[in-house]
Design a protein around this ligand. Structure first.
Ligand code: NAD
Ligand code: ZN
Ligand code: ZN
Length: 359
């Protein structure tokens, strides 16, 4: 995208130029800091599976070049004159959104994630007509409403993934009443979102069962992540034994799959909450929904008030992501490994130390 008069600051980035899934260095520009803006030097950025879906154009909405990344952590370098909540040197983060209309019913209720004019952190058209570039880059400028303060106890690298993975699982647990002691929460798919879901559900005092296709993840789910139980979804006996036991399931699976066998794990009135975004339409026989008065719900990230609340709660309970910190030049290998679910449990790019101008 050609620089506009207000986009004056050069930044280094990693960009996809086509749907191959390959990222290459690119110099981009960022807008100068507006009155309500916070300028941030990016130090870390998590690699969400949505980045992979997006660069490969699996959702059929890609604009190239695309700079992915919406799990951003860094330090404030400059603030606009109207900004009172942040100052240079503050430790902050940015998640999936960088702006919204700020005046509709959803925005008034702090659910900017449901605003029809939401501007996502990358691959979205910004107010000035430019396409937004995400956190696989050295800096970003964001309206202060969309900046999250890192509590002192929250490390920037292990906290960065909470800005998407964390809020995406925290918000549905909160709004579907699964964040109270004694509930039985199922977590489908033990990846970036899934492993954080286990940690939050445990912090809420819930009983947590991981539902996974990978028996190899059982021991670490129980020992390291603190899950109470583990069900191998391909094992009919285990699925039968767990039938009708769960109050809710957070479904983080990134691949297409039929929901029917999993609905049977829910108690009457139980809720299957979709956060995973596979490409094909959902397949669910009506009987599996209707018998037992089940609910099938969806949930998109979360609002900014809830995002700040989430990271504060995480800091209080010691919830952080388990990460593999990687250098910028490892990003293509990391993407390949992410596609194979070969990561425990989130790649985070060490932007501050390794993303250099290599063009
Ligand atoms: N709703 C939202 O707001 C939101 C936010 C972030 C991510 N997402 C989506 O959530 C999904 C998960 O993201 P992530 O970053 O945690 O991905 P991830 O790759 O880290 O984890 C996905 C997990 O699903 C598992 N999986 C894959 N196929 C499976 C199958 N057939 N059965 C059971 N498990 C299977 C993988 O082993 C992996 O552990 C993606 O589709 C992503 O786009 C949605
Ligand atoms: Zn994400
Ligand atoms: Zn709005």
């Amino acid at each position: 995208m050609a620089p506009t008069p207000t986009h004056t600051a050069a930044a280094v980035a990693l960009a996809a130029h086509d749907s191959s899934g390959h990222l290459a260095p690119l110099t981009i520009t960022r807008r100068s800091t507006g009155d309500d803006d916070v300028a941030i030097k990016i130090l870390y950025c998590g690699m969400c599976h949505s980045d992979l879906h997006s660069i490969k154009n699996e959702w059929h909405n890609a604009t190239y070049p695309m700079v992915p990344g919406h799990e951003i952590a860094g330090v404030v370098t400059e603030v606009g004159k109207n900004v009172t909540s942040f100052k240079a040197g503050d430790r902050v983060g940015v998640g999936c959104m960088v702006n919204s209309c700020q005046s509709c019913g959803s925005c008034d209720e702090d659910f900017e994630n449901s605003c029809r004019a939401v501007i996502f952190t990358y691959n979205s058209v910004d107010r000035d007509g430019t396409v937004t570039y995400g956190g696989y880059s050295s800096s970003v400028v964001v309206h202060e409403r969309f900046v999250v303060r890192f509590p002192d106890a929250m490390p920037l690298d292990r906290g960065a993934p909470l800005l998407c993975a964390g809020i995406t699982v925290y918000s549905p647990m909160k709004y579907h009443g699964l964040n109270v002691p004694g509930k039985h929460v199922g977590v489908m798919g033990l990846g970036g979102l899934g492993h954080v879901a286990v940690k939050f559900a445990k912090a809420f005092g819930a009983k947590v069962t991981v539902i996974s296709t990978s028996p190899g993840k059982k021991q670490e789910a129980l020992d390291r992540l603190g899950a109470d139980a583990f069900v191998v979804s391909k094992d009919a006996e285990e699925m039968k034994a767990a039938a009708s036991t769960m109050d809710g399931i957070i479904n983080t699976v990134s691949a297409n799959l039929t929901l029917a066998p999993y609905m049977g794990l829910l108690k009457p009135n139980g809720k299957m909450i979709m956060v995973g975004l596979p490409t094909k339409p959902l397949e669910i026989p009506p009987f599996d929904l209707i018998i037992g008065n089940k609910t099938l719900a969806g949930s998109c990230i979360g609002g900014m008030r809830d995002t700040q609340e989430m990271i504060n709660v995480a800091a209080k309970h010691g919830v952080t992501a388990d990460i593999e910190l990687v250098a910028a030049d490892y990003v293509n290998t990391a993407m390949e490994r992410l596609a194979k679910a070969d990561v425990r449990y989130r790649f985070v790019i060490d932007i501050g130390n390794t993303l250099k101008n290599s063009e």
